[in-house]
Design a protein around this ligand. Structure first.
Ligand SMILES: C[S@@+](CC[C@H](N)C(=O)[O-])C[C@H]1O[C@@H](n2cnc3c(N)ncnc32)[C@H](O)[C@@H]1O
Length: 270
């Protein structure tokens, strides 16, 4: 759905904000700073999510906003799932597909270009849907939740790990587009995610807090920014170093003040 009337931080339309988010996460500097996994808690949290979802060998799982594909590869290699990853970034999808071929997993893990708000799959296709650090960035969350419910088999589950925050207490600077892309500016409190998912027919079974994972990730981002600056890494010249450090400091403060956190949710299709 094209929503040109919906204005986001930086005055962008919903479509522009989504495209900007996808472009940002495809940059080489992002892979250098974030490593293999683009969400707080890394592989350990993905493993925990898969256990909570009860993923079994042969289950068909959809990873919405699959980014570098790390979540999808873990679900395939450690849990035996057959995984489809979908992401708006065509370069990210091509790179994840190349990794699947390199690892001999091309039959078990496939990546597709697509929008979370219009998933390119038939109804009732998947046993489980996962989405890590991405639901918060979707401009039309009710539509994204409805799409997850649509492609899920009856009784199937959705597992989400995501940034939750109290928008009313967020520093103005983090509401800008850079904050949006960094998963902060359109994140909502946990109970709002629960309500949006319930309205799509997805009832919450379980939630957990993993706020320390977000604090650790922010510390790691800041440490890598400094290390790359000292090493005079060419990619660091592409970003505004002082602004990036200022935003990591604001984000760290938001976590310390209990304004921002990282949550795990498991919901089931009614
Ligand atoms: C923070 S990264 C998380 C990637 C991955 N889930 C992980 O945890 O490693 C957010 C991802 O969401 C993708 N994305 C943003 N909006 C999207 C949309 N509307 N549909 C599909 N993917 C989207 C971006 O391209 C990016 O790869």
């Amino acid at each position: 759905m094209t929503d040109t009337s919906f204005s986001h931080a930086g005055g962008m339309s919903a479509d522009e904000a989504k495209a900007c988010c996808a472009r940002t996460y495809q940059q080489d500097i992002v892979a250098l700073i974030l490593g293999d996994s683009y969400h707080p808690g890394g592989l350990a949290l993905t493993r925990r999510l898969a256990q909570q979802l009860g993923i079994q060998p042969g289950h068909r799982v959809l990873d919405v906003a699959s980014g570098p594909g790390t979540t999808a590869f873990l679900l395939a290699s450690e849990f035996g799932a057959v995984v489809d990853g979908v992401d708006l970034g065509d370069r990210a999808v091509a790179m994840a597909g190349a990794k699947a071929r390199d690892r001999g997993l091309a039959e078990q893990v496939r990546f597709h270009v697509g929008d979370a708000e219009k998933l390119p799959f038939e109804d009732a296709t998947f046993d489980a849907v996962v989405s890590e650090c991405a639901f918060c960035t979707f401009p039309d969350k009710p539509t994204a939740a409805a799409e997850m419910a649509r492609v899920l088999k009856p009784g199937g589950k959705v597992g989400i790990t995501d940034v939750a925050l109290d928008q009313t207490r967020l520093a103005e600077e983090l509401r800008s587009l850079a904050g949006w892309v960094a998963c902060l500016a359109d994140a909502r409190p946990l109970d709002e995610y629960v309500a949006i998912l319930a309205a799509a027919g997805l009832d919450t079974m379980h939630t957990e807090s993993h706020d320390e994972g977000l604090a650790t990730m922010i510390e790691q981002i800041d440490a890598r920014l400094v290390a790359f600056k000292i090493a005079k890494l060419p990619a660091i010249e592409e970003i505004d170093f002082d602004l990036a450090r200022r935003r990591t400091a604001l984000a760290a403060q938001a976590v310390a003040d209990g304004i921002a956190g990282y949550k795990l949710l498991v919901v089931a299709k009614r």
